[in-house]
Design a protein around this ligand. Structure first.
Ligand SMILES: Nc1ncnc2c1ncn2[C@@H]1O[C@H](COP(=O)(O)OP(=O)(O)OP(=O)(O)O)[C@@H](O)[C@H]1O
Length: 272
């Protein structure tokens, strides 16, 4: 039996409740994520994908329901406890990283995720040597750039560092919110392959939002499709392996959701 890592039970998330701008975004949402699942998350604009990740991360309070990480209610945990367990990579590489600090300093901070930050020197020669090893495996000559400000690197290089930062200290849960969407196809490929190897190396339970349906099919062991705040399709294993982009498009049509299929999804899905 696979162990449950994350459980969402009847979760409702409403923005601006009781006001004219009330927006019921997650609707009685139920989801069980098993230890080691690498789940891709797709859905049209406004389906609730980012809201799902933000509520799981404990950033958005919910109106009702439960979000349990290893049986503990996420929103009741202190921020540093959540930060220790849950790592995130965003579309914007400046989020979660410090552009005016060097690559090595950023990595050193990531090694202390969830610990009380202090000004004490944390970048030891041993850590520096570890970072050089990790980066020489990645390529892109990043091992030569440890002393450069992170903000001077290209978008692809910064997302590479962000991905390593998120996984350098194994999190219980990794949340990826369209983390390659702003990259050109070549950089996107490099970061996706790194994503796969970092996740597989430590068997990290991961949720990855993507607009690229080919990526959603090619990566991970499980795929969910969201529509109007609910999970309307959940496949894994062989059934997922047999999916094609055409089949996913059909699925959108079947569910009467073709309006939410955006040009971005159609264009991105043609890139491997
Ligand atoms: N902080 C907020 N306040 C009010 N409404 C919000 C807020 N955040 C998101 N929403 C609304 O909730 C809905 C779902 O947004 P969300 O960002 O979760 O969708 P998504 O599936 O990630 O979409 P996309 O693919 O376009 O990023 C949208 O209608 C959005 O406008």
């Amino acid at each position: 039996m696979q162990e449950v890592l994350l459980e969402l039970k009847d979760v409702n998330k409403i923005f601006n409740p009781g006001s004219q701008n009330e927006k019921h975004v997650l609707r009685q949402l139920n989801l069980t994520v098993f230890d080691g699942d690498f789940m891709t998350v797709i859905g049209g604009n406004g389906a609730g994908k980012s809201t799902l990740l933000n509520t799981v991360a404990g950033n958005f309070p919910i109106q009702s329901g439960q979000i349990l990480l290893e049986g503990q209610a996420v929103e009741k945990q202190a921020e540093e406890v959540r930060a220790r367990h849950i790592a995130r990579v965003f579309q914007d590489p400046s989020m979660g990283t410090a552009p005016r600090m060097t690559v090595a300093e950023n990595l050193a901070l990531a090694c202390r995720r969830g610990e009380k930050r202090s000004l004490k020197k944390i970048l030891t020669p041993e850590l520096y040597a570890d970072f050089q090893n990790i980066l020489s495996d990645v390529g892109l000559n990043l091992d030569q750039r440890l002393d450069e400000d992170l903000g001077n690197l290209s978008g692809g290089q910064r997302q590479t560092i962000a991905m390593i930062m998120a996984t350098i200290k194994k999190p219980k849960l990794l949340l990826l919110d369209e983390h390659v969407a702003a990259l050109d196809p070549k950089a996107s490929r490099v970061v996706m392959e790194l994503t796969k190897s970092r996740i597989e190396k430590d068997n990290i339970t991961s949720l990855m939002i993507t607009h690229n349906m080919q990526h959603a099919i090619d990566y991970g062991n499980r795929l969910i499709m969201m529509d109007r705040g609910q999970i309307i399709y959940d496949v894994r294993g062989e059934e997922k392996d047999q999916l094609t982009v055409d089949r996913l498009l059909e699925k959108f049509m079947e569910l009467g959701s073709e309006d939410s299929l955006t040009d971005k999804m159609l264009i991105e899905s043609t890139h491997k």
